[in-house]
Ligand binder design. Sequence first.
Ligand code: NIG
Ligand code: FE
Length: 452
Amino acid sequence: MRAPLPSAPDKSPESTPAALFFRDAEQVLTLAGPPVPRRGRDLADLGVVPGGSVLVSGPSIAAIGRRRDLEAEARRLQAKVIDCRGRVVMPGFVDSHTHLVFAGSRVEDYERRLAGATYEEIARAGGGISYTARLVAEASPRSLESQARRFLDEFAAHGTTTVEVKTGYGLEVESEIKLLQVIRALAREPRAHAPAVGPVFSPARVGIVPTLLAAHALPASYRGRRTEYLDDVIVRLIPFAARRKMAEFVDCFCDRGAFSVDECRRLLTAGAAHGLIPRLHAEQLTRTGATRLGIETKAASVDHLDHLSTADIRALARSNTVATLLPGVNLHLGLKDYAPARKLVDAGAAIALASDFNPGTSPTLNMQFILSLACDAMRLTPAEAISAATINAAYSLRREREIGSLEPGKQADVIVMNVDDYRNIPYYVGLNHCAMTVRKGRVAFSKRLGDG
Ligand code: NIG
Ligand code: FE
């Protein structure tokens, strides 16, 4: 009889044993390898261990291998056995681009677009980012946090263990600071505790990586005063976020109707001078040269990339800047063209996949669905898409030594997928295959499956 998975969601810190033994998986996807992004053919190498088992001790991976080689140690640790027969065990998804904190929705924009208006037309007519920013300005920190927490539970339920979270719907400095504070509250890990028996730590269900999206849209109050706005962001907002360590990255929306390459260069350079690592919304609506700016400023990632030139693709392939693709946006905006994923991979660029979860252009947080889009609409293989959504995304967040693969010593961010072959994850599109999510060795989500 198959042992039932521990029931959850369970908020009590005492409920997860200090060791877990994921036993007899059909496939363990280790993604093992050097802590560098996977390119070209290496992108498809998932380090599959057929019939493998994974032993987790406390917050870390202890060992991966055959059941018989791990069993004695699992017994010594009194590990809770999780029967993974017929299932795939793999690293949790790393979602490296989201706008998690917002108020309200943009379902009105959605209907206007379905009736024929474009994203840019709606933005010019007062919808779009400015609409969400007005709602955020009125929202209390507590309501922003509680909406975001509900979404974080959904991330965990769909197998995501790390989420990059951008500010950006504040626009005004004060409102951006409010968002930084909400993100800090979401990222807080409960204090470590050391009971006589049971776990010795109590992490949050999903890890948060904070990014200051320093320029998203010009606030209405600064109309005609662009330079003054940028000065304010540089003098007040960037130093505030950096000094208090409220952000690790600085981002800008570099595009037609948003901010120019020169404006973004100023902001990214100012951020970098304060220790914030650049990343960039680039070439989404049109080609502006933002990709080159990203490479020039040693950005960790340039994101979207719908309008790349052949020379841009070559430049990315020569750089360590990750090309992050967000196909959820193309689907939701009803675009027929997608970013040139195949060309990027074949040229040797390091690609990542992310949800871009936000109310305006990508209201999905399901990374399994993003894998399906990456395969069905961008012609990646399932293996390439999985590497892009785990180890390469971790690299783009400068977390490649902690997360993104299952290797002894790394953080135990492990998911159990209810499929017997990893290719079925994107193949059975639109389903949630996630049976269990473990972050830092603690159960963040578990579906109770029938025995047998
Ligand atoms: O990544 N491109 C800019 N920012 C978001 C969209 C924000 C919005 O429309 O609310 C994006 O697509
Ligand atoms: Fe975005």
